[in-house]
Write a protein that binds this ligand. Structure first.
Ligand SMILES: [Zn+2]
Length: 382
């Protein structure tokens, strides 16, 4: 039982991040964990975050969808959570996967405003419509409520049932063009490494500085939301490109490519930060796809793909799925990824720019709860 819960919490850990390129919705964790009607269980449970993320995944018809979680500092010592859950949240905080704040105020709305993300909340945000006019738009604030087969989204404000994204605001575009440094030593959000849990440094290789969260703006000054300190400008933010993996017609995950770090994709890459596909492949595909199959690099804004496999890959120019259009990419061969081009490791195993690669198949998500089926079954059905 304990082991199974740990597995579920580990799965949820892969779905929380403060990376502006990857987060797909904003939540207040202190609110989510107390939605007792979702499962009829304990007063507070971290598993409810997993249920809400699953619901978002279903709505977006995409697997492995991460959320941006704002966490009130009091949650780290909330007696309604188990000691294991508190430890997990502290680890997320140390690793900068969530934003822990003394006074969250309207930070959730600020992040949603800057990044153009939907807010998953049951709060109505009365009186804030003047400051955040988009609160009245359909799909920007959705309340997760109990439904058959898990939470469903309804509108408390603004209408709509599907999460709507607006894109980054002009202010965010400016803020996110720079890297920022917090003067507070060991700051998990705007630090220069160090601090944190045992794997913090490993995690940071992937996220910082390109994955830094958006600064908070106080009187127009970029400020650390955690420490309230004015942030220093640490130069231009490295360029990034967001790529997506589509398997069997469904986007299984997205990842960020930076100029400092090539990314290996394959059945089970050895490199830390590599993208492992093995869990989504059938036996035949597993035999074909190499452990390290392709390498992606970002050079002066261009995505370069190099085949590192035994069996080779293919390119589908401009995403064409017509067989005669498929160009071979032989082992050790490289190619600049043109607009709309899709790399194919094996029929139906595809990688391309995230905004050019929508999910295109009937939806069968791998639930984060599926990591521990007996646990999921124990959650009462509503
Ligand atoms: Zn800070």
């Amino acid at each position: 039982m304990r082991f199974e819960i740990s597995k579920v919490l580990d799965a949820i850990e892969g779905r929380v991040c403060t990376d502006p390129s990857l987060a797909r919705a904003v939540v207040d964790l202190a609110e989510v964990i107390r939605w007792q009607d979702l499962d009829g269980g304990r007063p507070a449970s971290l598993l409810r975050l997993g249920m809400v993320i699953d619901a978002l995944s279903r709505q977006l018809e995409e697997d492995s969808v991460p959320v941006y979680a704002i966490v009130h500092r009091a949650l780290l010592s909330d007696a309604d959570l188990t000691s294991n859950e508190r430890m997990v949240v502290r680890r997320w905080a140390d690793d900068g996967l969530v934003e822990v704040l003394d006074n969250p105020g309207d930070r959730m709305l600020e992040v949603a405003d800057l990044l153009g993300l939907p807010v998953l909340s049951r709060v109505r945000f009365d009186g804030l419509g003047g400051r955040y006019p988009w609160l009245g738009q359909a799909g920007r604030v959705l309340a997760p409520v109990p439904g058959a087969g898990g939470p469903v989204f309804i509108a408390h404000v603004g209408g709509g049932q599907s999460p709507t994204t607006a894109g980054r605001s002009p202010v965010a575009a400016k803020l996110l063009a720079r890297q920022w440094r917090c003067p507070e030593p060991g700051c998990a959000l705007f630090g220069s490494g160090g601090g944190g849990g045992a794997f913090a440094d490993l995690a940071r290789v992937d996220r910082a500085p390109a994955g830094q969260p958006p600064p908070s703006l106080r009187n127009g000054v970029p400020t650390c939301p955690r420490h309230g300190a004015r942030l220093g400008d640490a130069g231009p933010r490295p360029r990034t490109e967001v790529l997506a993996v589509r398997i069997g017609g469904m986007v299984r995950r997205r990842f960020v490519l930076t100029e400092s770090q090539p990314v290996l994709v394959g059945r089970a890459p050895e490199q830390s930060g590599g993208i492992m596909l093995g869990q989504w492949l059938n036996d035949e595909a597993r035999r074909w796809v190499s452990r390290n199959h392709v390498r992606f690099e970002l050079r002066v804004g261009e995505v370069i793909v190099t085949d590192t496999s035994t069996n080779g890959s293919g390119i589908r120019p401009r995403g064409s799925m017509a067989e005669p259009d498929r160009l071979p990419l032989a082992p050790q061969q490289s190619r600049v990824l043109g607009e709309g081009d899709v790399v194919e490791l094996y029929p139906g195993v595809q990688i391309g720019r995230a905004d050019e690669l929508p999910s295109a198949a009937p939806f069968t998500p791998a639930s984060v709860m599926a990591e521990a089926p007996t646990m999921a079954m124990r959650l009462p059905r509503v």
